[in-house]
Ligand binder design. Structure first.
Ligand code: TYD
Ligand code: MG
Length: 469
């Protein structure tokens, strides 16, 4: 029986094509199609007959539950993001831009665990041993018992790991460099990455070691190689940050053993990553409260409140089509707020360029930031600075109504802790502590906020001084 042995797979989106084409039908990218062997590493292969199945015992949902055994690293921010430490026998994928600090973070984690007596093996496929040693020295990790290898062949790595005592933690830096004899395609291709990752996951499950895999991300922010890798591992974390800024955020996007909305915050220094236990102070650090166009957003990341400054610049546009530029927020969401301001609040922005920036390079994904964005925009347009001790949060609907958001009490508490006496929040917000009623302004419709900030609906750019709110 003749069987098609090869297929053609897009390296960008993993769409499978029957023959080679220049442009991927799935994602529209050019020159991303590579010949691939679909059976490689899956144990099938031509000529092999599958073994006969054996029935397994079925059990009930109720019964004893074992807490996943964890190894805390002692790096609190890392443990927070992973949900309390690395789970034994699990595979973790850490993605991030090149140069963001993945290797640094993992070397620090390796050193910390090694100091606690764990056996840690660091396999680097990207750097030579000397380079990794140099980094370890810089991080003051050179005196630990972390074992190093510069290797990219999956079979060799597995043979090395199986020798001697079972490791507690294995770090593979990175999955894009892995290649296996089982697959015929070139290193870095979808098949090679998949086969390599599969083998490492199998090793984790069999031995109970935690395997941490490093993956690079493509320009649109996904882990390069097949998306399927994210489905195979137990947890996916992204290490994010702006190259121009010092702090980095470890964000959990998938976690089979813990929460997915937690973040860990770090600051990159000349001695490696430093934990930031109070991120709000960091993001509000260089604040100029007197300038118009800046509003402090009381946000949440998982269970943790974070205050961050939202900056807007609204200026008359010399262009026919005014510019809208956003950093750190969703641009579609900005368009929506601008439309609501135009349609329901009488704020004319069609002739203005609008720039929006989240201070410090932080990325806000919560809809609760709508109110702070609107406040910053109106403040900039009116040329009136917002009160320095006020925070803003609330979701804005297309009708111009302001909707309550969750965690009101926590947001207010964090604001109070950092000296913000006042808050502008949706009316009908639940869980407002009685002690905090004083400085609160409850807003029902966005138009009310505009009036509060600019005094009247149509008074852009006239006088200076403080707005009422
Ligand atoms: P690295 O961990 O190599 O990034 P990745 O593995 O994600 O590609 O980190 C690279 C950057 O971090 C590099 O630009 C230098 C900087 N860095 C510091 O600022 N301080 C340090 O102590 C270390 C080790 C790196
Ligand atoms: Mg690296």
């Amino acid at each position: 029986m003749a069987k098609a042995r090869t297929q053609f797979v897009c390296q960008n989106c993993a769409t499978v094509h029957a023959r080679w084409v220049g442009k991927c039908e799935g994602c529209g990218e050019w020159n991303t199609i590579v010949e691939d062997d679909p059976t490689a590493g899956i144990g099938g292969g031509p000529g092999r007959t599958p073994k006969k199945g054996r029935p397994v015992a079925l059990t009930a949902l109720s019964g004893e539950i074992e807490e996943a055994p964890r190894i805390p690293t002692g790096i609190a921010e890392l443990d927070r993001a992973t949900g309390g430490g690395f789970v034994r026998g699990s595979a973790l994928l850490i993605g991030g831009d090149p140069g963001i600090g993945k290797s640094t973070l993992l070397m620090q984690a390796a050193a910390a665990l090694s100091r606690l007596g764990s056996r840690v093996i660091y396999v680097s496929g990207e750097e030579a041993v000397a380079q990794v040693r140099l980094r370890a020295q810089r991080l003051h990790a050179a005196d630990t018992n972390v074992l190093l290898a510069a290797e990219t062949n999956v079979e060799d790595i597995l043979a090395t790991l199986s020798e001697g005592k079972r490791p507690d933690l294995v770090i593979i830096d990175s999955i894009q460099t892995l290649w296996s004899d089982l697959a015929e395609s070139a290193p870095g291709t979808v098949t090679q990455v998949r086969v390599g990752v599969q083998a490492m996951i199998r090793f984790a499950k069999q031995t109970g070691a935690t395997v941490v895999l490093v993956g690079h991300v493509t320009k649109d922010g996904q882990i390069a190689g097949p998306r399927v890798v994210e489905h195979m591992v137990d947890a996916v974390l992204y290490f994010e940050g702006d190259r121009g800024h010092h702090y980095r955020i470890l964000r959990t996007v998938k976690n089979r053993f813990g929460p997915t909305d937690e973040i860990g915050v770090f600051e990159m220094s000349d001695k490696g990553l430093r934990e930031v236990s109070n991120p709000s102070e960091l993001f509000l650090g260089e604040r100029n409260a007197k300038a118009p166009g800046a509003a402090v957003f009381a946000g949440m990341e998982g269970t943790r409140p974070i205050l961050v400054e939202i900056q807007a610049l609204v200026a008359p546009s010399p262009l026919g089509t005014p510019r809208r530029a956003v950093v750190g927020w969703d641009s579609a969401r900005l368009s929506m707020i601008l439309a609501v301001l135009e349609a329901h609040c009488g704020v004319r922005l069609a002739q203005h360029d609008v720039y929006l920036n989240v201070a410090g390079g932080y990325r806000v994904s919560e809809p609760a930031a709508d109110m702070a964005v609107a406040a910053a925009l109106v403040s900039s347009l009116a040329g009136l600075a917002l009160p320095a001790d006020c925070v803003y949060f609330g979701e804005i609907s297309l009708s111009g109504a302001v909707r309550p958001v969750a965690h009101t009490a926590q947001r207010l508490k964090e604001a109070e802790k950092l000296g913000f006496q006042r808050a502008v929040l949706p009316s009908a917000s639940a869980e407002i502590p009685a002690s905090r009623q004083a400085g609160l302004t409850e807003i029902e419709a966005l138009a009310d906020l505009v009036v509060k900030i600019a005094g009247s609906k149509k008074r852009p750019n006239d006088d200076s001084g403080d707005a009422t709110l």
